[in-house]
Design a protein around this ligand. Structure first.
Ligand SMILES: [Zn+2]
Length: 284
């Protein structure tokens, strides 16, 4: 599938500093949930969880990586692929222009960053999705990087962790983006055959083709409180069904009750629990 994108050397990306990626500005912030006035500094120190009500704010992929993995163990393995715009797609702006804008804005080439890292000294292959890059949409580059994260696991015989955050398939790549569902799953299946653990962490929001493929097929599927996880958005479903949806529909706790996810874990306990699951599955 390499003919749908090209490899571009981007020294800026190779040397990406994993600085804190917080988008919070100002000294004070009113909590979206409990309306309490919070110190921004305290909120950042608390891993972007409201100290008053426990509301989990979205965090950048860089913060996510810092939160989960051992310091100085992270090595970026992303391939620097960029989509070649196989459909020559254009709406208000050409797809190529859009890609360029997001690249400048985020410093990344696409919506997935691939790396190797250690979690409590256990080496793992990781793919983390960047929601800031076109809503974490899944095109050919995303599919390739996720597949490569699985392949790296197979090659090194180490567990794989995929951290999803996505609005779904990238419409600018049409059917090719939908094909990434089958492509990623064909590699994921090989991990199962070799009994290599795969942990999926679904963060807020994980929807569309990503939720309908590799994100839901971990040996353990984990999410944080109050995350939106589903296929179509609640508003679309409500409009097409002409029915009011139940409270908490498509939120983590609702999904756990119905068996769609295995664990809803507070951000402060995420590293410890993920590390436990890896140890547990490796020993099995
Ligand atoms: Zn709050």
């Amino acid at each position: 599938m390499s003919s749908w994108f090209e490899k571009i050397e981007n020294p800026k990306l190779k040397n990406t500093k994993r600085s804190k990626g917080s988008s919070l500005t100002g000294v004070w912030k009113k909590c979206t949930n409990c309306k309490e006035i919070l110190s921004t500094e305290k909120l950042i120190k608390n891993n972007h969880v409201c100290p008053n009500c426990g509301y989990h704010y979205r965090i950048s992929w860089k913060d996510r990586v810092d939160l989960l993995f051992d310091k100085n163990s992270i090595e970026i393995l992303s391939s620097n692929f960029s989509s070649l715009d196989p459909l020559k797609f254009k709406d208000k702006v050409a797809y190529t222009e859009k890609l360029k804008t997001y690249e400048e804005r985020t410093g990344e080439k696409d919506s997935v960053i691939r790396l190797s890292a250690k979690i409590d000294d256990q080496l793992v292959s990781v793919a983390v999705m960047n929601f800031s890059f076109m809503g974490g949409s899944m095109g050919t580059v995303c599919g390739e990087e996720i597949s490569r994260a699985f392949e790296y696991s197979l090659e090194k015989n180490i567990p794989c962790i995929v951290i999803s955050a996505s609005g779904g398939a990238r419409m600018q790549e049409g059917i090719l983006s939908l094909m990434q569902m089958a492509k990623t799953l064909s590699v994921r299946k090989k991990l199962r055959e070799k009994k290599i653990p795969y942990i999926s962490i679904l963060t807020d929001p994980t929807t569309g083709g990503v939720a309908a493929s590799f994100a839901m097929l971990g040996d353990v599927n984990i999410t944080e409180p109050n995350s939106l996880i589903g296929f179509a958005g609640p508003r679309v479903i409500e409009q097409s069904m002409r029915q009011k949806l139940p409270e908490g529909f498509q939120k983590s706790e609702f999904l756990k009750e119905r068996g769609f996810v295995d664990q809803v874990i507070h951000r402060h306990e995420l590293k410890e629990k993920v590390s436990f699951f890896i140890k547990f599955l490796k020993n099995d």
